[in-house]
Design a protein around this ligand. Structure first.
Ligand code: BGC
Length: 758
């Protein structure tokens, strides 16, 4: 396809037409020039290909497909290779179904446990979200199928999702909300990016030129097309100019006509339109040249893969007295409707028409395990059912151990609305309490896409967080419960004790469309760790049936500049008796300074490591400038303040067992405008400043009598020093004992400017 040649032959109307959908899922074809249409489908954790009646709420039937673990589970794997495998399988399914672009991954940050779509999203941490997305994209695109990383950006609630305005400062956007996309876009090069519904600081994401053009393309090198979320366009021409190339779904020609008219009137340059068309055709061409007509959608094989992935994602939260793994000779009561019908995905546009669903009960029975079953609750109900509870209690009493399958029903979390609380249904909480009274050896398996409060936490001995782990999640949970596999997932989000503990709690949802992100960069563990707050389960937590020791951290040097890379090595040993995998997590803890307010710790690298019993491995990480930097709004860039930085490694944000301190010679001060109101203390540490200042300081404090210890108390000299630190230059006049005139003070400001500008 000669794209330039085609563009030169397209009419204005055809060009406008190529920038919006022909229907719900396809772009338009231009048959006379041999341009076919291209099909997109949801995403992200399975293929939702609709044939006839299309919709984006997961209401109408799509083809039978395989539901892989949702984002909530996938990120908890902390496993890059596994994400590539999942991506490859989906890419292959897309080839078999002639889908050019799958609409995912979804990387929005989990700002609050309440967001209805948290189950689709990866993490509260941008590194984990970005890395997970990066490898998913690499996997899909290795099959010559495009991805659409979404929703760009700051789409962190469902409440008023098409109009709310996510309001935050530049630093928060850069460090948290954009950062989740940045790595994946730069390194995995998604073919397309989907802009979100919401506004950002008042501007619709579709109209946000700074985000879509300056940052995405200019800074990050994105070279594909930007597609609107389905119905995210407010003003077609503004969006086009901002860099939003393809409007989806079809606007039935109405918006195309607006584009044509705007070009004719000279309000929109035809070049802008040509650029958008070129981007759409470039991706179409990529799809056509990579078409694999022989690809086969092997649903059974992908079902097996989805179970394999699910087992690597689930997180063993609690395992008191080694209640798990279960022994196959024990009698086990499986309790709870989810044991028979697991909840494994969420509602909305990602909803997969699963070709097969595997429950824990079915799997355990197929293996001949000694399992009985009691329903315990109605899946979609909140009210306790005493008959079902009595039955469950009996089953628990008659068994060696009880496993309650619980979590959130569909009506509690979904695309389209947010949760209003963090509780599980009353009937399930009551069931767990009653069962654990009847049998002290009780374990809970949770199927939920986002954290829940656990009022019964001290009543049960074990908790396995299964998340929404796809259609084979029942089998995967059973494999872990019975010890066929060793749990190795870790939390990619914090479980707070109660909703009110969450840093976004005071402002989440916002006021009408105004959604202020008042917690700033203090999202998730960045907040809890800085506040030293107790949580239910910390970010990064995850247990295993074996044990690990992470120790012996070293760096290649102890002193660096902010241009150097820091090489870190850590040893990890499997100190238990069976093979297992552990996630080595590396956090950077900056020393406190009055330069900038920063979180106590930030995850900067991680690696999942497999170890035989007794085996030790050394893991090497390379940290670059960004690992130590914050985003400075004055510099409009990343900045590493000079100082000491602790680098700490462990297997959870709350279990850092190895640490070392390095020094970085970075930025000593931020360029500032110097006036008579500038504080002396802001200048003293700058080289050369003291020499200029000295002649003016001679009389400071002397005639006031304040140097007398009795007059102002012990510690007067510290106090004087502090007072000088917080004193504007202009106060050398009144406090200088008459030795500094107004003219001399103005002169001093000029001299200081010269030194500092140097
Ligand atoms: C969702 C997207 C989805 C699109 C198409 C929208 O409502 O926000 O995530 O890809 O519909 O179904």
């Amino acid at each position: 396809m000669n794209i330039k040649e085609i563009i030169s032959q397209l009419t204005l109307e055809e060009k406008a037409g190529l920038c919006s959908g022909g229907d719900f899922w396809h772009t338009k074809a231009v048959e006379r020039l041999g341009v076919p249409s291209l099909m997109m489908s949801d995403g992200p954790h399975g293929l939702r290909k609709q044939d006839e009646t299309a919709d984006n709420m997961g209401i109408n039937e799509s083809i039978k497909a395989v539901c892989f673990p949702t984002g909530s589970a996938a990120a908890a794997s902390f496993d890059r290779e596994l994400m590539e495998k999942m991506g490859q399988a989906l890419g292959n399914e897309c080839q078999a179904e002639n889908i050019a672009v799958i609409l995912g991954p979804a990387v929005n940050i989990k700002r609050s446990p309440l967001c209805g779509r948290n189950f689709e999203y990866y993490s509260e941490d941008p590194l984990v979200a970005g890395e997970t997305a990066k490898h998913f994209i690499k996997g899909v695109q290795s099959k010559n199928v495009g991805t659409s990383i979404k929703h760009f950006y700051a789409n962190n609630q469902e409440h008023r999702r098409m109009s709310s305005s996510s309001c935050m400062d530049e630093r928060t956007a850069r460090e948290i909300y954009l950062a989740a996309f940045e790595n994946a876009v730069k390194e995995a090069k998604p073919w397309t990016v989907m802009c979100s519904y919401n506004r950002i600081n008042g501007t619709y994401a579709a109209d946000d030129k700074k985000a879509l053009t300056d940052i995405l393309r200019g800074e990050w090198g994105f070279d594909g097309y930007v597609v609107s979320d389905w119905g995210a366009v407010s003003d077609r021409c503004t969006a086009l100019e901002a860099g939003m190339d393809l409007e989806m779904p079809s606007s039935f020609g109405f918006r195309d006509a607006e584009i044509v008219q705007a070009v004719k009137d000279g309000r929109l340059s035809e070049e802008v339109l040509d650029t958008a068309v070129e981007r759409v055709l470039t991706i179409l061409e990529r799809h056509l040249s990579g078409r694999d007509e022989n690809a086969v959608f092997d649903r059974d094989a992908d079902h097996e893969l989805s179970r394999e992935i699910a087992a690597e994602c689930m997180v063993l939260l609690k395992n008191e007295e080694n209640i798990l793994p279960l022994d196959k000779n024990e009698s086990i009561a499986f309790i709870g409707a989810f044991a028979e019908n697991p909840r494994f995905q969420g509602g909305g546009s990602s909803h997969i028409n699963s070709h097969r669903v595997e429950s824990a009960l079915e799997y355990a029975n197929s293996k001949g395990y000694n399992v009985t079953y009691a329903k315990g609750y109605e899946a979609e109900s909140n009210e306790p059912d005493e008959v079902l509870i009595t039955e469950a209690v009996k089953a628990a009493q008659n068994a060696d151990k009880a496993v309650v399958f619980a979590g959130l029903p569909d009506s509690f979390e979904s695309e389209g609305f947010d949760r209003s609380h963090m509780r599980m249904p009353d009937c399930q909480n009551k069931l767990i309490s009653e069962v654990s009274k009847a049998n002290p050896n009780t374990v809970v398996v949770l199927h939920n896409g986002s954290p829940v409060e656990m009022p019964w936490i001290n009543e049960v001995k074990g908790i396995l967080e299964a998340y929404l782990a796809g259609q084979a999640s029942g089998g995967a949970a059973a494999q872990l419960l019975f010890g066929e596999k060793n749990p190795c997932g870790h939390l990619a989000e914090t479980f707070p004790i109660k909703l009110e503990d969450n840093p976004s709690y005071l402002s989440f949802f916002g006021e009408g469309d105004y959604a202020p992100y008042r917690e700033g960069v203090f999202v998730g563990y960045r907040y809890y760790s800085t506040k030293k707050m107790p949580v239910l389960f910390p970010f990064g937590h995850g247990l295993s049936y074996t044990s690990f020791n992470i120790s012996g951290i070293t760096t290649d040097r102890t002193s660096y500049t902010d241009k150097d890379c820091v090489k870190v090595t850590v040893n990890i040993t499997n100190t238990g008796e069976r093979q297992g995998k552990e996630v080595v997590q590396l956090y950077v803890l900056p020393e406190k300074n009055d330069f900038v307010i920063r979180p106590a710790m930030e995850l900067r690298a991680y690696e999942k490591v497999a170890l035989e019993a007794g085996e030790t491995k050394t893991v090497t990480f390379t940290l670059d400038k960004r690992a130590f930097a914050y985003y400075d709004e004055v510099l409009d860039g990343w900045c590493v303040p000079t100082g000491d930085y602790t680098i700490a490694a462990g297997n959870s944000s709350a279990n850092l067992t190895a640490q070392t301190v390095i020094h970085i010679d970075g930025r000593k001060y931020i360029p500032m405008e110097i006036t008579q109101d500038t504080l002396l203390g802001d200048l003293l540490h700058i080289e050369g400043v003291m020499d200029v200042l000295k002649p003016y300081l001679g009389a400071f404090g002397q005639d006031s009598g304040s140097s007398d210890e009795d007059a102002m108390g012990a510690g007067t000299s510290e106090m004087l020093e502090a007072m000088m630190r917080y004193m504007p230059i202009r106060n050398l006049v009144p406090f200088g004992g008459g030795s500094v005139s107004c003219e001399e003070c103005a002169e001093l400001v000029k001299k200081l400017k010269l030194v500092i500008n140097e």
